[in-house]
Design a protein around this ligand. Structure first.
Ligand code: OAD
Length: 237
């Protein structure tokens, strides 16, 4: 990529938050290596055993609340501000359900897999900020229904959020960057090929080659807290 990109689409995954102490999914010892996602992250699992599913997300929510953003989150927040100051845009699309991008200072974050610090009422659909544990004894603050609150995250078999805005941002980008994602979960895993078919240069920043590594024009391998700030600095951001 030569010159300053004006409109950058950044896709982040669990690897960006790994150095903040939040577990990834598919690395050795990752969440899905230890737990069966079909028993914890599907609507069917929640219907069959809501307490086990809520406990799993309570544990993860406590981890998010205790975690701090790292240098990768901060570099993206800085780059967003610098792009905007130049009249450009950095569109930050994350698969992460934590709020570390926001706490690092990113202003606009599109959470395609939802947000763990929000709860949704299955009765009325209202979404409420939620930092505490969630139980079937909780009432919906909006409609008062009891026992119908779930984490506002996307489970397997459900539609990711904000897909129209994401597609539009991807089509408008002049650079696509994926950071800390294994390329195993669609539709996010398909964005690199979509970008390439639109003629947009692509770069992967990851600890190791992802499942999609051969689809990228460029790659930088290393911990996100080091590789990403260096890459953004090379772009003048
Ligand atoms: P994965 O756990 O599948 O992949 C994380 C990637 O980050 C791997 O390729 C690691 O090599 C890399 N990685 C680990 N530590 C890193 C570091 N310090 N710096 C840079 N890279 C590092 O996580 P995702 O790709 O985000 O969805 O997973 C996608 C979705 O699958 C998640 O959003 C979640 C999960 O199931 C749902 O729950 C719906």
């Amino acid at each position: 990529m030569t010159g300053h990109p004006k409109t950058i689409f950044v896709l982040t995954g669990a690897g960006v938050s790994a150095e903040s102490g939040l577990g990834t999914f598919r690395d050795r010892g990752g969440l899905w290596a230890r737990f069966d996602p079909m028993k914890l992250a599907t609507p069917e699992a929640y219907a069959a055993d809501p307490d086990t599913v809520l406990d799993f997300y309570d544990h993860r929510r406590r981890g998010v609340v205790a975690a701090e953003p790292n240098a990768a989150h901060r570099a993206l927040a800085r780059a967003e501000a610098r792009c905007a100051a130049r009249g450009g845009r950095l569109f930050l699309c994350t698969q992460n359900v934590d709020d570390l991008h926001e706490r690092a200072g990113s202003r606009a974050v599109t959470h395609m897999h939802g947000e763990l610090l929000k709860a949704r009422c299955c009765a009325c659909g209202a979404v409420t900020p939620w930092r505490a544990d969630l139980s079937r004894a909780d009432d919906c603050p909006a409609c008062g229904a009891s026992g119908r609150m779930r984490p506002d995250v996307v489970w397997f078999g459900e539609m990711p959020m904000h897909l129209d805005a994401i597609e539009a941002a991807l089509a408008a980008a002049d650079l696509f960057v994926a950071v800390g994602t294994s390329g195993a979960v669609y539709p996010a895993a398909g964005y690199v090929r979509q970008a390439r078919s639109l003629g947009i240069p692509t770069c992967e920043i990851n600890l190791e080659p992802s499942d999609n590594a051969d689809a990228f024009d460029e790659a930088r391998y290393g911990p996100a807290s080091e590789a990403l700030p260096r890459y953004l600095a090379d772009l003048g951001l």
